[in-house]
Design a protein around this ligand. Structure first.
Ligand SMILES: [Zn+2]
Ligand SMILES: [Zn+2]
Length: 345
């Protein structure tokens, strides 16, 4: 089967590898129907230490169950499913507390990888997979995009709002105008925020954020950005949703909150440890980590998408065949595309 690999910094291409096999009773093999490039894949793509032939870090897909292990009772071959980047067992304390993105049964990092390919092996499939009614042909391309967003970016945006405990009437600031930040705007609105400020310098992303429910946009950064947000809100925000993963974005989040405010961070951290004690004087509550994809999809997000209440698939602003994967990465890297979808037939 075809699978993407990193060829050299800034270049990705396809190679022929063996189709994955069932290795554990809890595995399923899934034929990919739609997958995509994630903002987090760009870190690997740009890495100048990267070795030739490194497996792709793609981790988001919808597809058809091809084969199941003997312990699988919830799905069967032919079923249409969301393949989350997370693999919760559904039974441990973490999963039952609604933190299946960091399942207690994980050994090290158990998230998906290598999903920019024709097939994947999906572990903990019995609980973690999310069944979609019907077949791909029953849905419009726009709906397929929204279903694909449920493998990562929409639940991740929702996670930021959930761990920051966004409540009706809250003033919320979203830091990061990529796909996750855009979905965090949707989530803040779903949870009843009265004001949602998106920090963004790009016209296309500002427009999408407004369509998703942002009530204001701030283009300034650093101290100027913080001052602008405080002026708009008439004080500090109740919650800051950090969807970038840099030290500057954490500082931005801390700067826009009133004392006693809350941060939900979902940007994969690319900074040295931020000293926890630094938030003492502000009484900031901080939560964050890998999203509880299966929990949110099953509880709220799949229904919201199928009912047409939310349309997170709009973050996919371009589509490519798997053969054109290098172009997909390039367009995201150069910010020509907010999020690039890969279409497999
Ligand atoms: Zn992702
Ligand atoms: Zn678990």
């Amino acid at each position: 089967m075809k699978s993407a690999v990193y060829l050299k910094p800034g270049q990705v291409g396809l190679v022929e590898i063996d189709r994955p096999q069932i290795e554990d009773p809890q595995d399923a093999i899934i034929r990919i129907v739609r997958t995509c490039v994630c903002g987090s894949d760009l870190w690997r793509y740009r890495d100048d230490q990267m070795e030739f032939g490194t497996r792709n870090s793609g981790h988001e897909a919808i597809g058809i169950v091809e084969e199941v292990g003997v312990a699988i009772t919830t799905v069967q071959p032919g079923d249409f499913v969301i393949a989350p980047f997370t693999h919760g067992c559904g039974e441990c304390d973490a999963c039952r507390a609604g933190f299946d993105g960091t399942c207690d049964r994980h050994i090290g990092n158990n998230w998906s990888g290598g999903v920019q390919a024709e097939y994947i092996r999906f572990h903990f499939a019995n609980w973690a997979l999310v069944k979609i009614p019907g077949q791909p042909s029953d849905y419009s391309e726009g709906m397929l995009k929204s279903l694909l967003s449920l493998a990562d970016v929409m639940p991740t945006g929702y996670h930021a709002a959930r761990v920051a405990d966004v409540k009706p009437g809250d003033k919320v600031v979203v830091i990061g105008d990529g796909a996750v930040g855009q979905c965090a705007v949707i989530a803040a609105k779903m949870r009843g925020a009265s004001q949602i400020v998106m920090m963004s310098r790009h016209a296309d992303r500002q427009a999408l954020a407004r369509e998703f429910g942002a009530t204001a946009v701030v283009a300034e950064r650093g101290e100027a950005g913080i001052a602008k947000v405080r002026e708009l809100l008439g004080g500090g925000a109740d919650a800051a949703l950090e969807c970038v993963g840099t030290e500057a974005s954490i500082d931005q989040a801390l700067g826009v909150l009133h004392n006693g405010g809350r941060i939900g961070f979902v940007g994969v951290p690319h900074y040295a440890n931020h000293a926890l004690g630094s938030t003492f004087a502000q009484n900031i509550t901080i939560g964050g980590g890998a999203a509880s994809v299966t929990t949110y999809d099953k509880q709220v997000l799949l229904k919201a998408v199928l009912d047409g209440d939310i349309n997170p698939g709009k973050v996919f602003t371009s589509s490519y065949s798997l053969e054109d994967i290098n172009q997909a990465y390039q367009d995201m890297d150069q910010r020509k595309s907010i999020k690039a979808m890969l279409v497999l037939e």
